[in-house]
Design a protein around this ligand. Structure first.
Ligand code: ASP
Length: 326
């Protein structure tokens, strides 16, 4: 019987320092659950994994609680430069935009670029112009700014003046959203979208739009979407590394993902996490920080969300596979 599954993240970090009220934590969890429902609905309707991950990421881009789209981080000039990518594990087709400034949902532009098939990565104003040509929603850059992000930039500038940037929490600086899915046809896909990190240099591009680093999917192996200081994900080519460990060493998804996050990246103390899914629908969501916004729907349709250690069962969605005896 066909089965499918989906997992998402909304960034990792020293979550205690996010200073969210209980209402804000619960609103963020509600948005994670909604992103999963939208992605799952695509899978149940027989759509491909790519449709599912894009649908889930759009919900998180539109939510003010995550560092992507509305609510994205501000760079050192107080501007937004957004990165996003999608990858189709069936064809190894990929599309990405970086340093985009006016695209309401950068993941949609990444998808459109992939579909066009001509180039994989478009930068800055060319990415904005491409999205506009495609008829995607174009917004004034202020649309992306929230009060929380203004405060985060002010606080990072203060750390910079005082020479205490290193002691700023990862959560003050980072965040990203991403999704991975397995569809009923056995195909995998990944999507990632981010504002990068607060006070980042103008023109800096992170790992999210770099295929193989923050975003990767390959049928038969896995789909991966990462979060954490992108420079290290690029240097370790994280998504491709996990897929390669599975393909060449025969490691399970969990073993390969844990090795990269808990052993390879942990010593840098930069804070790293990811969600990944394999061809059987197994899900891994390792992080080496205090917490990571995350959630998944298992092949049975069970929807879970989590921010720290505790994992909340939300509901069983229709359309999942029933195991014998249930
Ligand atoms: N990976 C993102 C970047 O470096 C940021 C993050 O996930 O925290 O752009």
């Amino acid at each position: 019987m066909a089965h499918f599954a989906i997992a998402i993240h909304g960034g990792c970090g020293v979550m205690a320092k996010l200073n969210l009220t209980e209402a804000e934590w619960s609103a963020a969890r509600a948005d994670l659950a909604q992103a999963l429902r939208m992605g799952w609905a695509k899978l149940v309707a027989g759509a491909g994994a790519l449709d599912a991950v894009a649908a889930a990421v759009v919900v998180m881009e539109d939510s003010p609680h995550f560092n992507a789209g509305h609510g994205a981080a501000l760079n050192t000039n107080g501007e937004h430069e957004l990165d996003a990518a999608v990858m189709d594990g069936a064809t190894l087709g990929a599309g990405a935009v970086c340093a985009a400034r006016r695209i309401r949902n950068p993941v949609k532009a990444a998808r459109a670029l992939m579909e066009r098939g001509e180039s994989v990565l478009l930068t800055g104003s060319a990415a904005d112009a491409f999205a506009q040509d495609q008829g995607l929603d174009i917004v004034d850059p202020h649309y992306f700014t929230t009060e929380r992000r203004r405060e985060a930039l002010a606080s990072m500038k203060a750390h910079e003046r005082e020479g205490t940037s290193l002691s700023a929490s990862e959560a003050e600086k980072h965040g990203t959203v991403g999704a991975v899915a397995l569809d009923a046809a056995g195909h995998l896909a990944a999507a990632t979208s981010t504002g990068g990190f607060t006070n980042k240099p103008a023109g800096r591009v992170g790992d999210s739009p770099i295929i193989g680093a923050g975003t990767y999917a390959r049928d038969g192996a896995c789909a991966v979407s990462g979060t954490g200081k992108g420079e290290y994900f690029i240097r370790h080519v994280v998504g491709h590394e996990i897929a390669s460990r599975m393909r060449y060493l025969g490691e399970t998804l969990k073993k390969a993902a844990d090795k990269v996050v808990m052993e390879d990246l942990a010593p840098y103390k930069i804070g790293a996490g990811l969600v990944a899914i394999d061809a059987a629908g197994n899900i891994a969501a390792p992080y080496n920080t205090d917490g990571m916004f995350r959630g998944w729907v298992t092949i049975e349709g069970d929807l879970y969300v989590a921010t720290h250690d505790e994992v909340f069962f939300v509901e069983r969605l229709a359309g999942g596979m029933t195991r014998a005896g249930e």
